[in-house]
Structures are given as C-alpha cells and as structure tokens.
Write a protein that binds this ligand. Structure first.
Ligand SMILES: Cc1cc2nc3c(=O)[nH]c(=O)nc-3n(C[C@H](O)[C@H](O)[C@H](O)COP(=O)(O)OP(=O)(O)OC[C@H]3O[C@@H](n4cnc5c(N)ncnc54)[C@H](O)[C@@H]3O)c2cc1C
Length: 146
C-alpha cells in the first residue's frame, strides 16, 4: 500500500504535481477563551490567514475552559508548496489534472502495489471520506485475493 505522493513514487519522471501548502503561526495568548470555538474561518481578502484554530476547544467544554488563563492559537496562512513544505491541497487545474492522469496510468500498470489516499490519488478527502475509501479498497482486495 502506497500512501505517499504519486509523482514522487515515479521519481517525477513526467514533472512535479503542484500543491498548496500551509504555514502555521502559533501564539500563546493570555486569555482563557480566545474565540469561543475550535475553528474560525476567515474568507475576507484583506485578512492574510484563512483560519484560526484554538486547540483547547477540541478537548475542553464549559467551565473547564476557564481553569487555565492561557490558550494556544494557530493562524493558518495559505502558501505555495515548495519541496520542504507539507503537501496539503492538490491544484485541480488542467495542467495538474493531465499530469496526474499520466502518473495514474503508470500506477494502474504497477503490480503488487495499492495506491491510495489523498497524496497517491492527488485528491482532497475529508477524514470520513478517506476512511470509507480505505475500507472500500480493503474490501475489494480481500474479495479479490481472499
Ligand atoms: C490542512 C488540512 C486540513 C484538514 N482539515 C480537515 C478537517 O477539518 N476535517 C476533515 O474531515 N478532514 C480534514 N482534512 C483531511 C484529512 O486530513 C485527510 O482526509 C486525511 O488525513 C487523508 O488521509 P490519508 O491517509 O490519505 O493521508 P495522510 O493522513 O496525509 O497520510 C499519508 C501518509 O503517507 C505517508 N507518506 C507520505 N509520503 C510517503 C512516502 N514517500 N513513503 C511512505 N509513506 C509516505 C505520510 O507520512 C502519511 O503518514 C484536512 C487536510 C488538510 C491537508
């Protein structure tokens, strides 16, 4: 099973796929509750970050939030992908779609390797979709090979 980037698997023989990446700016803020929610999205062009995550809301609710007078927030800035950055989002334009198709054709001919997941399929998945996809791949191979 290969879950890495499909162009990397084939040594970028047709060129590199483009991605968008994210730069995280973390801050310790001296307030118990910064934004009242785990994630707040910012879609205004004038604001340079796309969302702020306040991590404690994932695990704490109600009064417990206020037991600690500090909080950690992360601002997320959308950036161009570069080789040292994490590949976050595929770029679904004609160039990248055609390039991915060439790699996908090669992957279909590869024996004994299952290509799966957001990087090998060059596709954005939410967590629930990726779990459904992983189970479908497992089921298909179990029924094929036992
Ligand atoms: C910025 C961002 C925010 C998201 N927010 C949400 C959200 O709020 N809600 C939601 O439901 N989903 C969200 N998702 C989507 C969710 O993270 C993905 O659907 C899920 O992680 C995809 O699982 P995956 O196994 O395909 O890929 P990954 O989780 O990325 O796993 C791929 C694995 O392959 C490994 N790998 C990479 N290259 C190689 C290699 N060359 N050789 C071997 N192994 C390799 C990696 O180390 C990694 O362990 C978000 C995704 C991103 C990028």
């Amino acid at each position: 099973m290969y879950t890495g980037s499909i162009d990397e698997y084939f040594d970028y023989c047709h060129g590199r796929l483009d991605y968008r990446s994210v730069r995280f700016e973390n801050e310790l803020v001296p307030v118990a509750n910064w934004q009242g929610n785990a994630v707040v999205n910012y879609t205004d062009r004038a604001i340079p970050y796309t969302r702020i995550v306040e991590h404690k809301h994932f695990e704490m609710h109600g009064e417990v939030l206020y037991r600690n007078e500090i909080s950690v927030i992360s601002r997320e800035y959308s950036i161009e992908w570069h080789p040292d950055a994490e590949r976050f989002y595929p770029v679904n334009d004609p160039r990248n779609t055609a390039l991915f198709r060439r790699y996908a054709d090669m992957a279909e001919k590869e024996r004994n390797v299952i290509f799966g997941g957001r990087l090998a399929e060059y596709r954005y998945y939410d967590m629930d979709d990726i779990v459904v996809g992983a189970l479908a791949v497992a089921e298909a191979h179990i029924s094929r090979f036992g």
